[in-house]
Write a protein that binds this ligand. Structure first.
Ligand code: IPM
Ligand code: MG
Length: 354
């Protein structure tokens, strides 16, 4: 099982180092893993002048799975768009065909107090957000700048979804719901957008194959409201690229810290890119305070979704639960009565718990 390790920028290298410790511990126990690192994001710009250098893309293509840290930082903010670290992540998603982004928002019982919402609203929360990742306004053409008929300058993008794109992500939504609570909520803006009207029509058509799944539709503004009002009403949410970008950050924060949440981006054959749901947090980079658990839990998703090694995934998840039960916390989830530890110490605690 060959894994490309793209640590990226900011806290990326520190948190990925902890996940690598966990993978190496599993390798010592008999899991046949082969890890290889390559520069990505700002680190790619520094090494090769672009966020997704050719050798990095080659490695990612050849690997069975990719583990990413995070990309971006103030140092790269002034670069032209094509060289921005974010373009690296968008390009790798597109190039590898990683159209299905799974972002679970799972509440660990030990962290209920870390949420900004009332305990009764969030305790027991377990929502899976499925975000389409290679279409929509993120990639639609044409896009750019132009001068309109009134002689004013304007910027524009194109929101577009093809039928096959909607069908395949809807399939992921329904099949995921079948393995969970059999409830799927499709989020769109059907009252305004033509793209969303088409989306809803296709989702309803795919639904005919899944009579056991209770399907509902919500407008994205209402979905955002429901997510903070009564998030436990949701089981699986399926939505487009941009709505999913926004709602998944919102859902992440329900659980107390975005530092806890893993993600998987899958292609049609189960190959995947795994990364924490959070960003590169340049303000705390290099200080040994970032939470590595989202990245470590991303490895569990990798073992489950790409390698079909459910038991090994479960071992990682159980180890994370154990360190939380032992009272270990990084700064982002620290509360009175728990023990504050650093990034490295958290990685080591998980390895010990394994
Ligand atoms: C995410 C991020 C990216 C996105 C950025 C970094 C391009 O916000 O993975 O959610 O918008 O998809
Ligand atoms: Mg985002």
């Amino acid at each position: 099982m060959k894994i490309a390790i793209l640590a990226g920028d900011g806290i990326g290298p520190e948190i990925v180092a902890q996940a690598v410790k966990v993978l190496k511990a599993l390798a010592r126990d008999g899991l046949a893993l082969e890890l290889e690192e390559a520069p990505f994001g700002g680190a790619g710009v520094d090494a090769h002048g672009e966020p997704l250098p050719e050798p990095t893309l080659k490695l990612a293509r050849a690997a069975d799975a990719v583990l990413c840290g995070a990309v971006g930082g103030p140092k790269y903010d002034g670069l032209p768009r094509a060289q921005r670290p974010e373009q690296g992540i968008l390009r790798i998603r597109k190039d590898l065909g990683l159209f299905a982004n799974l972002r679970p928002a799972l509440m660990f019982p030990e962290l209920v107090g870390a949420s900004t919402l009332k305990p009764e609203v969030v305790s027991g929360l377990d929502v899976m957000i499925i975000r389409e990742l290679t279409g929509d306004i993120y990639f639609g053409e044409p896009r750019g700048r132009r001068t309109n008929a009134r002689g004013e300058r304007e910027g524009y993008d194109t929101m577009v979804y093809s039928e096959p794109e909607i069908r395949r992500i809807a399939e992921v939504g329904f099949s995921t719901a079948m393995k969970r609570g059999k409830k799927l909520c499709s989020v769109d803006k059907e009252n305004v957008l033509e793209t969303s009207r088409f989306w809803r029509e296709i989702v309803n058509d795919v639904a005919k194959k899944y009579p056991q799944v209770a399907l509902s539709h919500l407008y994205v503004d209402n979905a955002a409201m429901q997510l903070v009002r009564a998030p436990k009403q949701f089981d699986v949410i399926v939505t487009g690229n941009m709505f999913g970008d926004i709602l998944s950050d919102q859902a992440a924060m329900l659980t107390g810290s975005i530092g806890m949440l893993p993600s998987a981006s899958l292609d049609a054959g189960g190959k995947g890119l795994y990364e924490p749901s959070h960003g590169s947090a340049p303000d705390i980079a290099g200080r040994n305070i970032a939470n590595p658990l989202a990245t470590i839990l991303s490895c569990a998703m990798m073992l489950r979704y790409t390698f079909n090694k459910d038991e090994w995934a479960y071992r990682i998840e159980a180890a994370v639960k154990q360190v939380l039960a032992q009272g270990y916390r990084t700064a982002d989830i620290h509360e009175a009565g728990t023990r504050k530890i650093g990034t490295r110490e958290m990685g080591e605690a998980v390895v010990a718990a394994l």
